[in-house]
Design a protein around this ligand. Structure first.
Ligand code: UGA
Length: 433
């Protein structure tokens, strides 16, 4: 099929390349000229394993452009995957989607289906359908554009696998024809397809993400209580996870969730409820717990040092999770300002996130080429991301290199007994020792 993808950020680019891999011809559109220039040279604009090779393999089926007419004119399906950033009040900013829809109305020359992958508040796709109808009437165009809600469930770091082996495809449509077109698009994907109305599809996306955020905040609270009463949260999670009704994933306690999705989507759903005179108490609690959890270890460290002034602090891992260079809402960013305000010297290491960190903190931090360099002479070490290199480190390295081997581990990378045996003073989440 002839596909256009509007907005080649994370979701858009992965979707485009995976659809090309399935044999579709895909035109990728973005307003960012630099990004399109890079893509045309075969360079992947995001950090995601397998994607660049897949782009290369399918280069004959992929076109990159900044020209809306070229992308939309003859497309059978137009996938919208532009950002819906958070506004100050927590609601989603729909400006970019509205711009795309206006351009589509001007450009299309044939009947087509718009599949909205961007995460949008419930009711948005109904409004977009109305908007399109009005615009086509004003433009006196005799084409039919149908709108389908088609939320995305991929995770950063495993995006290609999540797309090609999706747990489900959700189609929120108001007519049979558009469902048929979308089923044809996803014909070669072997996964369940949930067909529902547009509002339910939009809600599935928020409800799923917010449930996962809630699950993490719940485990973080249980972890905090474990510390108080002397239980071990990992054993508790293992014991809970064997119950199939609970499931064993997303039960890892830590220093809170980050990224471009959970923080934004929890606030957006909370905002939507408030806007409709309803309070989502569970989600409100999940948000509050997460904010406090992000700085929990830093607060614990204050028991060891009244101030961080003059200390050398090693920071291992800055991205919001391993497998990505993304720093958005990363717990590391909630902590770094406290250390700097006190006048600590920060020795930072991350395998891929440091370029993005340099865009935020230019000269203030020492960027280290290795974990060892970061630990050298440090008074304390904070682990904010569970990179494999950190987990695989010989624990004796801490005692060998640090001034004081004091480690605050926000991702439970080590067993407390082993850390103790290696001569480390070790603080982690939900475990004593
Ligand atoms: C999340 C969802 O998992 C995807 O299904 C969804 O499609 C995506 O948002 C989106 O809306 O686009 P992502 O933000 O890439 O994906 O990352 P996750 O792997 O879900 O991790 C989010 C955060 O939760 C990370 O900071 C991670 O460290 C934290 N987390 C995750 C925990 O603290 N504990 C866990 O057990 C799992």
């Amino acid at each position: 099929m002839n596909i256009a993808v509007a907005g080649v950020g994370y979701v858009g680019l992965v979707t485009a390349v995976c659809l090309a891999e399935q044999g579709h011809r895909v035109t990728c559109l973005d307003i960012d000229e630099e990004k399109i220039r890079l893509l045309r040279q075969g360079k992947c604009s995001i950090y995601e394993s397998e994607l660049e090779e897949m782009m290369d393999r399918n280069r004959d089926r992929l076109v990159y452009t900044t020209d809306g007419d070229e992308a939309y004119r003859w497309a059978e399906v137009i996938i919208i995957s532009v950002g819906t950033p958070e506004k100050k009040d927590g609601s989603a900013n729909l400006k970019y989607i509205h711009d795309v829809v206006r351009q589509i109305a001007r450009s299309v020359e044939r009947d087509c289906v718009i599949a909205v992958k961007s995460t949008v508040p419930v009711g948005t796709n109904d409004k977009l359908a109305q908007m399109l109808e009005d615009q086509l009437r004003d433009l006196r165009k005799d084409v039919r554009i149908r709108v389908v809600s088609n939320p995305e469930f991929l995770s950063q770091g495993t995006a290609v696998k999540d797309t090609l082996h999706a747990s489900r495809i959700v189609l929120g449509a108001e007519d049979e024809q558009s469902v048929d077109v979308m089923k044809r698009l996803y014909e070669s994907f072997n996964c369940p397809i949930v067909v529902t109305d547009r509002r339910s599809a939009e809600m599935i996306k928020y409800a799923a993400n917010d449930f996962l955020a809630l699950k993490i905040s719940y485990m973080n609270e249980i972890a905090n209580l474990c510390e108080i009463v002397g239980a071990n949260v990992e054993d508790v999670a293992a014991g809970m996870g064997l119950d199939k009704r609970i499931g064993d994933r997303f039960l890892n306690a830590g220093i809170g969730y980050g990224g471009s999705c959970f923080p934004k989507d929890t606030k957006a759903l909370h905002w939507l409820a408030n806007y409709n005179d309803y309070e989502l108490k569970t989600i409100k609690a999940a948000i509050e717990v997460n904010e406090a959890q992000k700085i929990r270890l830093m607060k614990k460290a204050r028991k060891y040092f009244h101030s961080f002034s003059g200390l050398n602090i090693a920071i291992l891992g800055v991205t919001f999770k391993p497998g990505t260079d993304d720093l958005r809402e990363a717990p590391s960013l909630a902590n770094i300002p406290f250390f700097l305000e006190d006048g600590a010297r920060l020795q930072v290491w991350d395998p891929v996130g440091m370029d993005n960190l340099k865009k935020i903190y230019d000269g203030d931090l020492t960027y280290c080429a290795s974990i060892e360099e970061s630990l050298l002479n440090a008074d304390a070490c904070f682990i904010f991301t569970e990179w494999q290199e950190i987990k695989a480190l010989d624990l004796r390295t801490y005692a060998r290199l640090m001034k004081r081997p004091l480690v605050f581990d926000g991702r439970n990378c080590y067993a407390p007994e082993e850390a103790k045996a290696a001569g480390i003073r070790y603080e982690s989440i939900g475990r004593s020792g």
